[in-house]
Write a protein that binds this ligand. Structure first.
Ligand SMILES: [Cu+2]
Length: 126
């Protein structure tokens, strides 16, 4: 039992060492990576634009009801300084997904909730 615990600690230490070794390479990779989705990581909100931005147009691509997530191909979102793209959003309430199917045109409002982009409001466009 004691031997097992010691072995576990050594393995943890080795993992940390490996993580450190790769940290430099990781940073270099990030710097050169395509930054088209950079804004997603920073979760930056521009308060001045948020109030008047209104709803964003989008099209439902994929629905994951169990996870409470929806993939939306959306137009530009000035409030997040986000260009048009396809991305996954959480939904505030899983029931919001009941009325949706892939291909539906929608208008929606989203915000950063707990570090994740979350759809707060959503309506279908007829
Ligand atoms: Cu996006």
């Amino acid at each position: 039992m004691i031997d097992y615990q010691r072995k576990g600690r050594d393995m943890t230490r080795n993992s940390n060492l490996i993580a450190l070794l790769f940290l430099g390479a990781g940073l270099a990779f990030q710097a050169s990576a395509d930054d088209s989705h950079k804004h997603h990581a920073t979760n930056e909100v521009k308060p001045a634009a948020a109030a008047s931005a209104g709803l964003t147009e989008g099209e439902v691509r994929k629905i994951d009801k169990a996870a409470g997530k929806v993939t939306i191909k959306h137009g530009p979102m000035p409030k997040f300084d986000m260009p048009a793209m396809t991305m996954v959003y959480r939904v505030k309430d899983k029931a919001m997904l009941d009325q949706l199917k892939p291909g539906d045109k929608i208008k929606f409002d989203a915000d950063g909730v707990g570090g994740e982009f979350t759809v707060l409001r959503l309506e279908k466009v007829k």
